[in-house]
Design a binder for this molecule. Structure first.
Ligand SMILES: CC(C)(COP(=O)(O)OP(=O)(O)OC[C@H]1O[C@@H](n2cnc3c(N)ncnc32)[C@H](O)[C@@H]1OP(=O)(O)O)[C@@H](O)C(=O)NCCC(=O)NCCS
Length: 145
């Protein structure tokens, strides 16, 4: 069994995000504008098995991080965390929400759509990174409420 809780402690989440292949360095500060973070733990062991964060940056509402430890994937935890993240942004007043994602097919399942980078607001370092669309190919996506 697992439990999902709000957390204020970014560092362990950053370690998980990096382990799951996100462009996160745990030694960096918490990204600017993070408004809520969730952790999913194994109830018996306390092991961190998933996490998500949402961000409000220059008026843009963003699902910033979402990752589930490999051995716990495809059990529905990602879907629950994504729903919590989306609801939080909706409650903050978002009419549209954004992300820069490595697994666009995953988000397409949940009503997100791909957007050309030039049509997106400036919410992600990805858009300005020299690796963007050279060696790293995230999709810029949005969801309308
Ligand atoms: C993407 C990720 C968060 C999905 O989490 P998860 O807990 O395995 O996903 P869920 O179990 O909630 O999956 C929900 C549905 O999406 C499907 N799905 C899971 N991963 C998918 C993927 N990469 N592409 C398309 N569909 C996917 C599942 O099969 C499931 O389908 P079902 O409802 O028909 O059974 C997880 O694979 C992960 O952490 N990946 C590495 C980090 C990463 O890429 N994060 C996203 C960065 S933008």
């Amino acid at each position: 069994m697992h439990s999902i809780k709000i957390t204020e402690d970014y560092y362990p989440l950053a370690v998980l995000f990096q382990r799951c292949g996100l462009e996160v360095n745990p030694n960096d500060n918490k990204p600017e504008g993070i408004v809520k973070m969730w952790k999913c733990e194994d109830e018996e062991t306390g092991e961190l098995i998933g996490a998500a964060t949402v961000q409000l940056l220059n008026g843009v509402y963003v699902v910033k991080h979402l990752a589930i430890d490999e051995e716990h994937r495809k059990t529905g935890i990602g879907k629950i965390l994504l729903q919590l993240a989306e609801e939080e942004l909706k409650n903050l007043g978002a009419s549209e929400i954004w992300l820069s994602g490595k697994v666009p097919d995953y988000y397409l399942r949940f009503g997100w759509e791909k957007v050309q980078p030039e049509d997106a607001p400036s919410f992600s370092k990805c858009l300005k990174c020299s690796q963007f669309n050279q060696v790293c190919f995230p999709s810029i996506m949005k969801k309308l409420f």
